[in-house]
Design a binder for this molecule. Structure first.
Ligand SMILES: O=C(O)c1cc(C(=O)O)c2c(n1)C(=O)C(=O)c1cc(C(=O)O)[nH]c1-2
Ligand SMILES: [Ca+2]
Length: 561
């Protein structure tokens, strides 16, 4: 296959049969124009072929690995990862899947697995030139030769000795591979880093928690340097707007998660969307969703870049569906709030958003420790919060249909209980120790939905409820929306009515997004099947029958005939 040049990535949308980058394109639409499979025939969709992958073994605090990756496809060759970061090249020609090579990075299972908060996960690869670029849980960026499967070079980017791991797919922009980090539950100070693909050297590293004296450092008001362990992870792949040369990246929760009094102030840039210059890493603007967050509402979600009229006026939107249960549209050139709405059925932590600023109604910039409608705190140590701390939506990606101008959100309809256990500033935990100031449990059932929003009005236009939370994310085509469920169901909905038109039980747990591609001119839908992630360990009591779903590690590919 051809080299994946920067130009090719800029025009990823023009290659209908390919899926060249994690979110399909730089705008993170996860929309494919392919329509051989459509609402008139999707009922005939069936398994074309399957493949068993590896990486199911455990390590550290984890009993097994899971699959959260989006397959990337170029010219009928597919590249997928397993939870430990092995990369598989699969030839999909001839109506079957054949593994051509597997690159096993020999990830240190225990060193990394002991400080992975939420599973043995790897969300996929990037393509650049003749290389497949990937991350490992133990913090490496690896370039693998696409033809041979040999590692060409690698670089340690994150340090598990500090509680840093990597679970997201890299993003390639121009000649840079951009990496995010996980570890906000382990007292890291988060960052985004760019590696030059020619020199293999770091070009920039922008911390998501400002250093003393930098803009934003005034939002950490303690006198014991809480910022040094302030969290601000960046574990989901960002997006890019070439029109203004701007990178968009979400930032995770502040640490300690539940003890907001430990870290008085708004805690920038936690729970924020950052707009950055990809050449220098300089921050252009930020938009914070949950200042002084006491709920673990990471704002790591992908930023979806959409050009559409809002109430009749053309707008350059940056859409983000936040863990806090609200969907936001901000002007992606300025960071100014445009619209926001709850996309879950139940929000209790705040009364709503200020219609001018999009800030939570109770937010008071003069207060060091925010009091929202329901606030876990040292005074109020046991609280029920809705959405629960896994959020109204977690990392599983949304999809945007530019024909219908509808944005589909994979929703976790949830509440859970939080118990605060204050951290002591005089007793700093060791690096690699959990640093959360409490924790959640699951007294009530959690379900899910696909919720549709009309981006031109910022109004909800449909909700398809599902028995289980959305732990895998979405794909949209001109008239369909695809998703998977943790009980093994993969399904297709009518994009307009959200009526279910097709479903199939894979017999495993789906924890990964669907994608679509062509091979020999024929359309396929592919999805990884293998339960992993945070649900298993931290949330399963909300869906007890899922304890009977066993780990697996498989690729399912569907077609019409
Ligand atoms: O702050 C972080 O560093 C971090 C990292 C991750 C991760 O890397 O998977 C998750 C979370 N937080 C998190 O809060 C969370 O709910 C979560 C769910 C999952 C998953 O894969 O199912 N990962 C993560
Ligand atoms: Ca987190």
């Amino acid at each position: 296959a051809d080299d994946v040049t920067p130009d090719k990535l800029l025009n990823a949308d023009s290659e209908a049969g390919n899926w060249l980058t994690n979110h399909k394109d730089y705008s993170a639409h996860r929309f494919s124009t392919l329509n051989q499979i459509n609402k008139s025939n999707v009922k005939n969709l069936h398994v074309a072929w399957t493949l068993q992958l590896g990486g199911i073994e455990g390590g550290g605090i984890w009993s097994h690995g899971g699959l959260e990756g989006t397959p990337v496809v170029q010219d009928g060759y597919m590249y997928v990862t397993d939870g430990w970061g092995s990369v598989y090249k699969i030839d999909t020609h001839g109506g079957q899947g054949k593994i051509l090579w597997r690159m096993d990075p020999k990830t240190d299972h225990d060193w990394a697995g002991a400080v992975a908060c939420c599973g043995v996960d790897n969300r996929g690869v990037a393509l650049a030139g003749n290389m497949v670029i990937s991350h490992t849980l133990d913090g490496r960026l690896i370039a693998t030769n696409k033809d041979t499967g040999q590692i060409a070079w690698q670089r340690q980017v994150a340090d598990p000795d500090k509680g840093e791991v990597m679970t997201g797919a890299p993003l390639v922009v121009k000649n840079l591979a951009i990496s995010g980090v996980a570890g906000a539950e382990y007292g890291i100070r988060g960052w985004i880093a760019a590696t030059d693909l020619t020199t293999h050297k770091e070009v920039w590293r922008t911390h998501t928690i400002p250093a003393k004296g930098e803009p934003g450092s005034e939002t950490w008001k303690d006198n014991y340097n809480a910022a040094a362990m302030g969290g601000g992870s960046t574990w989901v792949t960002g997006s890019y707007d070439p029109r203004t040369n701007t990178l968009y990246w979400g930032v995770g929760n502040p640490g300690p998660d539940w003890d907001s009094e430990y870290r008085p102030g708004d805690n920038l840039y936690t729970d924020s969307t950052l707009a950055l210059d990809p050449d220098t890493g300089k921050i252009k603007w930020h938009y914070q969703h949950t200042p002084n967050d006491p709920y673990d509402y990471d704002s790591v979600a992908e930023n979806v870049l959409v050009d559409a009229p809002v109430h009749g006026r053309d707008a350059h939107l940056d859409l983000e569906a936040d863990r806090n249960g609200f969907a936001y549209a901000v002007d992606r050139d300025t960071g100014n709030f445009i619209w926001g709405l709850p996309f879950v059925k139940k929000v209790t932590w705040t009364k709503g958003l200020d219609p001018e600023t999009g800030k939570p109604a109770e937010y008071d910039p003069k207060k060091a420790v925010q009091q929202y409608a329901v606030t876990p705190s040292r005074q109020n140590t046991v609280t029920m919060i809705c959405p629960g701390n896994m959020g109204g939506k977690n990392w599983p990606p949304t999809a945007y249909n530019p024909i219908l101008k509808e944005w589909y959100i994979p929703v976790i309809e949830s509440c859970n209980r939080v118990t605060v256990k204050p951290e002591n500033p005089n007793k700093k935990p060791h690096p690699r120790d959990l640093f959360t100031g409490g924790g959640p449990d699951q007294p009530v059932r959690i379900t899910g939905s696909v919720t549709a929003i009309d981006v031109t009005t910022g109004k909800e236009v449909g909700k398809h409820e599902t028995p289980y939370p959305m732990l895998g994310g979405l794909l949209t085509t001109p008239d369909l929306v695809f998703y998977g469920q943790p009980d093994g169901i993969v399904a297709a909905l009518d994009a307009k009515t959200l009526d279910q038109l097709w479903s199939f039980n894979t017999g495993g747990g789906v924890n990964a997004p669907p994608m679509t591609f062509t091979s020999d001119g024929k359309q396929y839908v592919a999805i990884l099947v293998g339960q992993g992630g945070a649900w298993d360990k931290w949330f399963i009591d909300a869906t007890p029958e899922l304890k009977k779903v066993h780990p697996s590690s498989a690729l399912y590919v569907f077609s019409l005939n």
